[in-house]
Design a protein around this ligand. Structure first.
Ligand SMILES: [Zn+2]
Length: 535
């Protein structure tokens, strides 16, 4: 065994064993996870390693202190607690109130000044400050979580434990060894960790904000190495993950005295008292952040909501964050998330001129906010609101005009948008052309109700701005340019599929926003390692 006592300038004798099946695994097609872990440059992770050991040290000290303050008392009943927690939710704040925290921001446990020098760390070298049993090596633990994600499993301790136990190649490439057969009870820091130790690692990483720090540094590393390049546009969307909790439907009175209903996770207590109805500890939500995610009138999910932002041309996700309350409308999540991404990546922010979103963000006020506060254009898919197709007072030969501003003629052709006549305030359309360049009108049987002309140019129609009040003449969604820009928006859906299905699982096994954010961070780290590897 290596001695952890290493003098400052002494080169550590690193043992590098080469196993025959390493070469085999490096050559298998789906062996990406193995290659990435095998070649992971541990030197790049010395800073988070030092932060982890410092946090672990404090965690060990604080572990023996009671979590709940002794003097805490509450006379609150369970029903009162449900209402208090309901009205505290981000989706229950009045419009005039100071804006709620839409994007989840974890409270990172503040540590005393850093004690561990990152340069003293290496795989298998653990700081001396941690007395007692030599702790498991940070680098091995980190690899085991990243490898689990890269294999497509949820980055949670239970899954990591199963894989380490069942896949010896995986355990070995992480830096763990099987238990010695003749001394199975003997503890060694190099053995596959217990489930409890993996849970503790995940918890320390989460509470000290280290997962997020690694996420940001992976994205920055990919920018610096040219693996990803800054673009002029950002694209965003939200997605839901199924919650690992149940819900109850609460009835409440709104400001106007109307009785309303809202789903909320059940209340619980963090203490182990026998009688929760009389004990002094405060009620809390069993799955804070979970809510009803509305996808359409008929599709609703009990889950957590994540906001994802990426670069549309390269199709690369840059960030994924938990939304504080999953019931929040998408129109509210994009601005604070873009603001956060701009703060984290100022060099990227300097390049961005435009942000793309679906129709949830088609809102004049929101667009103005993007322009005024972030200096960029918000371009959203057109939302016709409640407009219906127009069927009366139409130009000759036109059957209807869709809410999207597209006239359809009696023969069923969609007319092409051609432009605007500003002086008379009209949109101009023309009948579409066939492959040979001639107008569809030339051979149309309805010609006599419509064009009634011998020219080959076909039908031209003008529609006044007043007829289509839902369409902004300065940015008509019928225009080719609008469509060309919005054609880049669906790339975010592929990013989401990668994060949600290829790396990990859309069914959560842990509750609460802190775990959900860590889940997203771990997934993003693996995603950016994979992008670098495939570059
Ligand atoms: Zn209690």
């Amino acid at each position: 065994m290596l001695s952890p006592i290493v003098a400052q300038d002494q080169q550590l004798p690193l043992i590098h064993e080469v196993h025959a099946d390493d070469h085999y695994l490096l050559n298998t097609i789906d062996g990406e996870w193995f290659e990435i872990l095998h070649n992971l440059p541990w030197e790049d992770y010395r800073e988070p390693a030092a932060a982890y050991y410092d946090a672990l040290y404090e965690f060990n000290i604080n572990e023996h202190q009671p979590v709940i303050g002794a003097g805490e008392t509450t006379a609150e009943t369970k029903e009162q607690a449900k209402q208090r927690l309901l009205f505290a939710r981000a989706t229950m704040q009045a419009k005039d109130d100071p804006p709620a925290q839409i994007i989840y921001q974890g409270e990172v446990v503040q540590l005393n000044a850093t004690k561990v020098d990152p340069m003293d760390l290496a795989p298998g070298v653990v700081p001396l400050r941690l007395v007692g049993r030599k702790p498991k090596c940070f680098f091995s633990l980190l690899k085991s979580f990243l490898g689990t994600t890269l294999m497509g499993f949820a980055p949670e301790p239970e899954q990591v434990y199963l894989l380490l136990k069942s896949n010896p190649s995986f355990a070995r490439v992480c830096g763990f060894a099987p238990k010695e057969k003749d001394r199975p009870e003997q503890y060694s820091y190099i053995q596959v960790p217990s489930l409890r130790k993996l849970q503790q690692f995940d918890q320390v990483m989460r509470q000290a904000g280290i997962w997020e720090r690694i996420k940001v540094s992976e994205v920055k590393a990919n920018f610096q190495a040219g693996v990803i390049e800054a673009e002029k546009e950002l694209v965003g969307d939200t997605t839901h993950y199924h919650a690992a909790s149940g819900f109850e439907t609460l009835t409440y009175e709104d400001e106007k005295g109307n009785v309303k209903k809202k789903s909320q996770s059940k209340v619980t207590k963090g203490c182990r008292c026998e009688d929760w109805s009389s004990c002094p500890h405060e009620w809390e939500l069993s799955d804070e952040g979970a809510g009803t995610v509305v996808k359409s009138k008929t599709k609703m999910y009990w889950g957590h909501k994540a906001s994802v932002i990426g670069l549309p041309k390269q199709g690369v996700a840059i960030d994924a964050v938990a939304v504080t309350d999953a019931a929040t409308h998408d129109g509210q999540t994009f601005f604070p998330h873009v603001e956060k991404v701009f703060g984290q990546y100022p060099e990227l922010a300097a390049c961005i001129e435009r942000a793309l979103y679906d129709s949830a963000c088609d809102d004049a006020e929101l667009k103005a906010r993007f322009k005024d506060e972030l200096g960029i254009e918000l371009k959203a898919s057109f939302n016709p609101r409640r407009s219906k197709a127009l069927t009366s007072d139409l130009p000759r030969g036109i059957e209807k005009i869709t809410p999207y501003g597209v006239p359809i003629c009696l023969a069923g052709h969609e007319l092409d948008y051609k432009g605007i006549r500003y002086d008379s305030g009209k949109f101009i359309y023309e009948a579409p052309r066939q492959d040979d360049g001639s107008s569809v009108c030339a051979s149309c049987s309805r010609r006599w109700d419509c064009c009634n002309r011998s020219t080959q140019s076909g039908r031209t129609v003008t529609v006044s701005f007043d007829t289509l009040p839902q369409v902004d003449p300065n940015d008509p969604p019928m225009a080719k340019r609008f469509k060309a820009i919005m054609s880049r928006r669906p790339s975010v859906e592929r990013m989401i599929k990668r994060l949600k299905c290829d790396l990990g699982d859309d069914r959560l096994s842990k509750r609460g926003n802190e775990s959900f954010q860590a889940y997203l961070d771990k997934t993003m780290i693996a995603y950016h390692l994979l992008i670098r590897h495939l570059h």
